[in-house]
Design a protein around this ligand. Structure first.
Ligand SMILES: [Zn+2]
Length: 255
């Protein structure tokens, strides 16, 4: 008699070595996702699915083969382990996931509390955001461009209105339209700055098409200059884009 599914997966997870898990994850030649960590098996299964879907979502925008396989996903079972792996304080609850690079290997580490705090759609967005970072060029770009293009990719396939996804952060920005590029640590907290960064990409996509978003990111990375990259990819100055973005926010203000 077959064991019930969750029990069966649990047994399999307990019996297989990490190498065997690697071999069974994904169905192409290269395994897509490798999951480690001590989270409950239900979460391991769900996050693996999220990560496999994320690879497809990211490559749909950034191009085939831009995400190196396998995507490594670590699911610490508790906040002490999360803190040890990421270096974030154990009491930190605002960061749902973090990238950790050691010895040339980059791993997406998911906060153990994200399971309770987020919906399945929210967890998918978090994982897709982090997987986008794996596809982005390594060269430095302004932090808001890096985070904005990741947020844009994460929410691109979602049906929810951005103002609903970003909630209070969105209302704050609409009430006080930004006049300069997003600043880390600005008023409104982390989500307000991420929502601001995301919205820059919404404007770029609306005016130039979705594929302009990664093209713009790459041009800024390659040229080492926001202005030069913006000219190359979007045929406009960064100041012109800044004005368009500010005007877009002014239009979002509640009547
Ligand atoms: Zn990020």
């Amino acid at each position: 008699m077959a064991a019930e599914p969750s029990r069966r997966v649990l047994l399999r997870a307990a019996l297989l070595s990490p190498a065997a898990l690697l071999a069974t994850s994904g169905c192409s030649r290269e395994p897509a996702v490798l999951v480690t960590g001590s989270a409950p098996v239900q979460q391991v299964t769900a996050y693996r699915d999220h990560a496999e879907r994320a690879v497809g979502l990211v490559e749909d925008l950034w191009g085939e083969g831009t995400v190196a396989r396998p995507v490594r996903l670590d699911l610490p079972g508790d906040t002490a382990r999360w803190a040890a792996v990421t270096g974030h304080p154990a009491e930190e609850t605002e960061i749902p996931a973090s990238l950790v690079s050691r010895g040339g290997v980059t791993t997406v580490v998911v906060h153990p509390g994200a399971w309770e705090r987020l919906t399945a759609q929210g967890r998918q967005a978090v994982v897709t955001h982090e997987v986008t970072h794996l596809a982005q060029p390594e060269a430095e770009v302004p932090w808001w461009l890096r985070e904005g293009t990741a947020e844009f990719t994460a929410h691109r396939s979602g049906s929810a209105d951005p103002s609903l996804v970003a909630g209070q952060a969105w209302r704050q920005l609409a009430a006080d339209p930004p006049a300069r590029w997003p600043q880390p640590g600005a008023a409104g907290g982390r989500w307000a700055t991420y929502a601001a960064a995301w919205s820059v990409c919404l404007v770029v996509a609306a005016e130039h098409g979705d594929e302009a978003v990664p093209r713009w990111h790459r041009a800024v990375a390659d040229s080492g200059s926001l202005d030069e990259g913006t000219r190359q990819a979007l045929d406009r100055t960064d100041e012109d884009l800044l004005r368009a973005w500010s005007a877009w926010w002014a239009d979002q203000a509640p009547a």
